[in-house]
Design a protein around this ligand. Structure first.
Ligand code: GDP
Length: 195
């Protein structure tokens, strides 16, 4: 079903979001982590990322319909170290508001570059997930850039580091380039939607 994804709209704030019924999974990640590529790979569409990357839309919540009752939301990429404080605060406020108020939100997919997992920004997002009691699935993407052994080590390290988390949390290796980890990610999405 995931390849039937269709763009709904870009919402500058929650007020402009589609009606809050059904179920929603939000994709978050540091800028350049590979979130757009992961979304494209998981939906087998190239149009999704192009939409989210349209200038002016990157700071908004982008909604996609998967089916009548299920949606994906592409959250604005975070981690522009150089962004002015006011912009960062605006971003933070929009994400927190969305995560705490959105009733249909049933889980978060957190995309990390497998070479640089668990950045300061990732921890902030994980704390918000804990606060909102949302299950998280982590995609360690660009795994093709690591050797088999190094990728496996990274996976184990991240799992270990997050083993005490008070929310359901799963981690996997992923590569949009090699299309690896797609079935596992689809299963994780099914699981989040079933929560
Ligand atoms: P976003 O800012 O998180 O949406 O990141 P993008 O999806 O635009 O990816 C950022 C850069 O990483 C681009 O140059 C992509 O081509 C590259 N990239 C994304 N995913 C992968 C991957 O799985 N493997 C490799 N080797 N490169 C990737």
């Amino acid at each position: 079903v995931y390849h039937q994804a269709k763009f709904i709209n870009s919402a500058p704030s929650l007020k402009h979001a589609p009606p809050d019924h059904g179920l929603e999974i939000a994709f978050a990640g540091r800028s350049n982590a590979g979130k757009s590529s992961a979304l494209n790979t998981l939906t087998r569409q190239n149009a999704l990322a192009r939409i989210s990357k349209t200038p002016g839309r990157t700071q908004m919540l982008n909604f996609f319909a998967i089916s009548e009752e299920r949606r994906f939301v592409d959250l604005p990429g975070y981690g522009f170290a150089s962004a002015p404080l006011a912009i960062k605060q605006q971003w933070q406020k929009a994400i927190e508001e969305y995560m705490n108020r959105r009733k249909s939100l049933c889980g978060i997919v957190l995309v990390m570059d497998a070479r640089h997992p668990l950045t300061e920004f990732d921890w902030q997002m994980l704390h918000w997930c804990e606060h909102a009691e949302l299950p998280v699935h982590i995609l360690l993407t660009k795994s093709d850039k690591l050797s088999f052994g190094a990728a496996k080590n990274t996976l184990l390290q991240v799992q270990e580091e997050l083993s005490g988390a008070p929310i359901p949390l799963t981690v996997q290796l992923f590569s949009s380039l090699k299309k690896s980890g797609v079935d596992e990610a689809h299963q994780a999405l099914d699981y989040l939607f079933a929560q």
